[in-house]
Design a protein around this ligand. Structure first.
Ligand SMILES: CC(C)(COP(=O)(O)OP(=O)(O)OC[C@H]1O[C@@H](n2cnc3c(N)ncnc32)[C@H](O)[C@@H]1OP(=O)(O)O)[C@@H](O)C(=O)NCCC(=O)NCCS
Length: 321
């Protein structure tokens, strides 16, 4: 431990931190080459670290060894009640040469956050086993997965007994019902998400307004003449959760999917997921991104089966208990 200093992050640390983030991203891309190449350049990585540092309420720590910055960690609270009194370490919020030392950095940064009453901590961690292990030994557990896959090289075929088609205005009533399925499911055990469930009227009004929006592609699956499921595809650029170094170039986004409880397990989820993958290939995207709660027993099993591979782990810890 000789010569190791952990001190608060300062503006003068941005260049050193960006170099570490660029290194981390290059390692990450060896596992997930669909992630964008340009952030291996420290200049571009600096844009990401700078944005994190400029976030309101940001603070953190750096690790200095022999005069060189060998690790940094930055967190900031996210507004809104959904996440509680929180701090998020976002996608560009940390990088370390030695994964173990993220524990020293967190130890220094979290003292301030706890002192501010911010006890719900979230960290977006690249898919590096040693780094995840170090976070786990800080009391964090897995909450959410970010994932990507290449578009299919040949279109998926239709599934027997299921008809998949583009949604039309005549579907808005059933689309509104399906809108409630995800938040309702995620409010249950073992997800226990605090996400708001809209009323049917709100969902209906939304669909009435947005059904013709050309930037969102909605598909429905019919079984025995009844719509049982739907999915939505769009550009990944519509999603703030998949931006910067977490945004593959030229990617589509599987933004939403739901199947009514009584129709699950017959392949409707696969069929509407494949419809988005086929559409993404057709319009010329190279890959498709999605994400899911790892405690959602349905999506966390369905999306890996459709070929999605996890790139980032959102970890969570609640202090004080
Ligand atoms: C997630 C959801 C859309 C999947 O739809 P579904 O109709 O239930 O899923 P499918 O029957 O098409 O199955 C999809 C795949 O998951 C697999 N799967 C399902 N349950 C599984 C289990 N317990 N273990 C392993 N694999 C499982 C299926 O075998 C299938 O893979 P395969 O085609 O290679 O065999 C649906 O369950 C749902 O609406 N859940 C609630 C809302 C939700 O979570 N939406 C997703 C938001 S991220």
């Amino acid at each position: 431990m000789g010569g190791l200093v952990v001190r608060p992050f300062e503006a003068g640390d941005l260049v050193g931190a960006a170099a570490l983030l660029a290194e981390r991203h290059a390692r990450h891309r060896r596992r997930h080459p669909l992630l964008p190449a340009e952030y291996e350049d420290p200049e571009l990585a600096r844009v990401e670290v700078n944005a994190t540092w400029q976030t309101e309420g940001a603070s953190g720590a750096v690790l200095v060894e022999g005069g060189e910055i060998t690790g940094y960690l930055l967190g900031a609270p996210k507004p809104g009640a959904v996440w509680g009194p929180n701090v998020w370490v976002e996608r560009a919020g940390h990088a370390v040469r030695d994964p173990e030392k993220v524990r020293d950095l967190y130890g220094a940064a979290a003292a301030k956050w706890y002192g501010q009453g911010l006890i719900a901590h979230f960290a977006l961690v690249p898919d590096e086993p040693e780094l995840i292990d170090a976070w786990f030994r800080l009391g964090f557990g897995s909450q959410h997965a970010h994932a990507v896959r290449a578009v299919p090289s040949t279109p998926y075929a239709e599934h027997q007994g299921l008809t998949v088609r583009r949604a039309a205005r005549a579907d808005v009533a059933v689309l509104a019902e399906l809108d409630l399925v995800l938040p309702q499911h995620q409010g249950l055990s073992p997800v226990f998400s605090a996400g708001e469930v809209p009323t049917l009227e709100e969902a209906l009004a939304d669909w009435e307004e947005s059904i013709d929006d050309p930037e969102y592609m909605t598909f429905v699956a019919e079984h025995n003449g009844r719509v049982v499921g739907m999915s939505i595809g769009c550009s990944v650029e519509k999603s703030s959760a998949h931006a910067g170094l977490a945004q593959p170039d030229n990617a589509g986004f599987l933004a939403f999917a739901a199947v009514f409880p009584d129709a699950r397990g017959i392949g409707a989820g696969r069929a509407v997921g494949e419809a988005v993958l086929n559409w993404a290939a057709e319009v010329g995207y190279d890959s498709v991104v999605t994400d899911w709660r790892v405690t959602n027993l349905l999506s966390s099993r369905a999306w890996p089966r459709l070929g999605f591979v996890q790139t980032f782990h959102r970890l969570h810890r609640l202090l004080g208990y």
